[in-house]
Ligand binder design. Structure first.
Ligand code: AMP
Ligand code: MG
Length: 289
């Protein structure tokens, strides 16, 4: 087993602790341009990203190996929430992309299909949970059922109002079943969002990311602030806390989420599974084969 890696010097504070949602914090007050806990520059961050991606990949391989060879049934679930252009896709590409796809289970949750709508909202979520030894990634999640659903009155208030407790109970069940949840809420300023949407409209290679409805959601930002606030207030629990990731600087948000995943995996105390065969005997057999 490799020694537990130190947090790089550029981090002045543990990202997990620094970014954890604190009861009473207000979404409206989030400084989306900030880089909490990180003292380095953009160049430092880019160099570090390579280094930390390698560590993440190494930890993930150990985690996967433990499930295959060691019977470890645990999994990790990264839940990404954020408005359009917040950078969820970039996390998937640049952070999770560093890991071996064999051990990743990625799911993006869009508008529910007719079949999904005919079921309880957690039905499609349960189906997408990561198997043992995998890092599951939810690009949007069950939280849409208290975000867009609340903002657009897709179900009556007395229905969405019960979902916070229901989600907490669901996540308790996951944690008891060996899932480590890493919940990340990414926030960009409205100015930064406008720039990113403009870029999507200016470049044919970005059109595919653009959706005219993004502007409608943008105009509803004040209602989203209330919905995000309620989500954080009601579902940031000891067993599954939310992390607030300021995301105006992509180099920061990517590095921060990388560290959150590294912390989660290191917290699992991973070791390579021992051989279930006689290594020396196998060496002798192979030499003669
Ligand atoms: P994107 O992430 O850009 O592919 O967009 C997916 C869209 O699906 C977003 O506007 C989400 O808010 C929406 N969406 C995701 N989950 C739900 C849900 N449970 N109910 C309604 N809309 C949803
Ligand atoms: Mg979109």
């Amino acid at each position: 087993m490799t020694a537990e890696a130190e947090l790089p010097d550029e981090w002045t504070h543990e990202p997990g602790e620094m970014l954890a949602f604190r009861p009473g914090s207000k979404v409206a007050d989030i400084d989306t341009d900030a880089t909490p806990g990180f003292g380095g520059s953009k160049d430092d961050a880019k160099a570090l990203q390579w280094e930390r991606n390698e560590l993440l990949a190494d930890l993930q391989e150990r985690f996967y190996a433990g499930s295959k060879g060691g019977g470890d049934t645990r999994s990790v679930l990264l839940v990404l929430q954020g408005m359009d252009t917040a950078g969820k896709g970039g996390i998937v590409k640049h952070v999770v992309g560093a890991a071996n796809p064999q051990g990743v289970r990625y799911t993006s949750f869009g508008k529910p299909t007719e079949e999904e709508l005919a079921h309880h909202y957690l039905w499609r979520i349960r189906k997408a949970l990561p198997p043992a030894g995998h890092i599951g990634v939810f690009d949007r999640s069950h939280y849409e059922d208290v975000l867009i659903v609340r903002v657009h009155d897709l179900v009556p208030p007395n229905v969405w109002a019960t979902r916070y407790d229901e989600i907490n109970a669901f996540e308790r069940e996951l944690v008891d079943g060996g899932v480590t949840l890493v919940k990340v809420a990414m926030f960009v300023s409205l100015d930064e969002q406008k720039k990113r949407l403009e870029k999507r409209l200016a470049r044919p290679d970005k059109y595919w990311k653009y959706n005219p409805a993004d502007i409608d959601e943008r105009l509803l930002w004040p209602k989203y602030v209330d919905a995000y606030q309620a989500m954080l207030d009601r579902t940031s629990t000891d067993i599954a806390p939310w992390h607030i990731v300021p995301s105006d600087h992509k180099w920061y948000s990517r590095l921060a989420v990388t560290e959150l995943l590294i912390e989660a995996l290191e917290g699992l105390d991973l070791s390579w599974p021992p051989a279930d065969f006689d290594v020396e005997a196998e060496k002798r057999r192979l030499a003669e084969a």
